[in-house]
Design a protein around this ligand. Structure first.
Ligand code: NIG
Ligand code: FE
Length: 415
């Protein structure tokens, strides 16, 4: 009798990314646990076993079988930094940037993040859910099965809560797993431009407690950068976050070094993100901490910068490196982690195996998932992405397109 509870998928290569939920460092960043010409058995939404086609076939003789020869199976990708809930695209700014106006200059003129803030405040929760749904499905079609999503385009208590409720609704209704982050300190909204301390009071005394009370976020993030949040302001927000049970993460040293990586490590943040301008002490601080260095090179590419974060130096120093899209309408409008891997390999000196670990196991570590997501080890949730190429290195190599051919979420085929 066929065993309808077990599914065997056979493939040319399976990347198991072994090592549990610990962040991968140094040599283990390239340990993808490659199984050539193998098979995976999935049962009750979890990975049951991975091995040779024959071995798995003998263990589960009655299972349903799917032959994906010519494909690579990898853990469902984990995009650990996105701003996926937003209203319209920012095409006028894009055109200005193409003409050479820098991103931070556009922000100083009142555009940038605040353009998305003005837009989002006018939209209903239902409208944002619909916009978000379509975007999350596109993420899933590109192989992403878990994504972090930040608030930060509301910047009033009501609008920040609205954004996080959108994330909660989408998490309940869609297959993709979402991890919510409160980012009330993403910018200073125009009405508080001359009253920064008062806006901080609002974030610390009202927004963070309200978010915590409703259980709307796991993490709290701050855009710490010269011209945005100072180290002192950031410290105040993160202290309030910790007091209220939210775990810190940080937009750090994106364009200029201001001690962001060091501050993230000091707060035992889950991750320090961007790091385009991280300092030597910042690298040492991350290497000696649990804080994952999350690199977002798609942002620097899209913003036309000619520098990238020192991924090689970070890995060699012992920092755990993750890669994410930063998906947002201003600085990185891509949902495609495969392209981010291509940039990491061509511009950051990472090898394809490291890039895969950075978008799977280390993405999961950056979100402190702790349940085996980001791996295909027995017992892990059966979140699987199938890529239509016979060698995993072809995923970043044949760059610019979507190789994802199929996706399973907790054992259910969703794409
Ligand atoms: O990570 N750096 C700050 N925040 C986003 C950009 C958001 C936006 O421009 O809307 C980022 O790049
Ligand atoms: Fe960001």
């Amino acid at each position: 009798m066929p065993d309808h509870d077990t599914l065997i998928i056979e493939a040319s290569q399976i990347l198991t990314c072994p090592g549990g939920s610990e962040p991968r460092r140094r040599g283990s960043m390239s340990d993808i646990g490659l199984v050539e010409d193998g098979a995976i058995a999935i049962r009750a939404g979890k990975v049951e076993a991975v091995g040779s086609r024959e071995g798995i076939g003998e263990r589960f003789p009655d299972a349903e079988r799917l032959d994906l020869s010519g494909h690579v199976l990898a853990p469902g990708l984990v995009d650990s930094h996105t701003h996926a809930v937003f209203g319209r695209y920012r095409l006028d700014e894009y055109e200005q940037r193409c003409r050479g106006v820098p991103y931070m200059e556009i922000a100083r003129r009142g555009g940038g993040i605040n353009a998305s803030v003005r837009d989002l405040r006018q939209r209903s929760e239902a409208e944002l859910v619909d916009l978000g749904r379509a975007r999350l499905r596109r993420m899933m079609e590109h192989g992403t099965t878990t994504a972090e999503v930040k608030s930060g385009y509301g910047l009033t208590t009501e609008d920040e809560l609205k954004m996080l409720r959108v994330v909660r609704t989408l998490a309940a209704e869609e297959w993709i797993d979402l991890v919510p982050t409160f980012l009330g300190a993403h910018a200073f909204p125009p009405e508080f431009r001359e009253r920064r301390a008062e806006y901080l009071d609002l974030v610390v005394d009202e927004m963070i407690p309200a978010v915590a009370e409703e259980g709307l976020a796991v993490f709290c993030d701050v855009f710490m950068e010269p011209g945005v949040y100072t180290p002192e302001e950031t410290r105040r927000v993160l202290e309030a976050a910790v007091t209220n049970g939210l775990v810190p993460r940080l937009h750090a040293d994106e364009f200029e070094s201001s001690g962001g990586a060091e501050l993230a490590a000091e707060f035992d943040a889950a991750s320090a993100d961007h790091l385009g301008a991280i300092s030597e002490p910042g690298i040492a601080a991350l290497a000696g901490s649990r804080t994952v260095a999350t690199l977002l090179p798609g942002t620097l590419l899209f913003l036309g910068k000619s520098y990238y974060p020192p991924a090689r130096q970070l890995i060699d120093a012992g920092a755990a490196v993750a890669l994410a899209t930063d998906y947002n309408p201003g600085s990185s409008p891509t949902v495609n982690l495969q392209v981010v891997m291509s940039i990491a390999c061509s511009q950051l000196g990472m090898v394809p195996a490291e890039a895969f670990v950075a978008v799977t196991a280390n993405g999961a570590a950056a979100l402190r998932l702790g349940d085996g997501r980001g791996t295909l080890e027995p017992g892990a949730p059966a979140d699987v992405a199938a890529f239509g190429v016979p060698d995993y290195r072809l995923v970043p190599y044949l760059y610019g397109c979507n190789h994802c051919a199929a996706v399973w979420k907790r054992g259910v085929r969703v794409h």
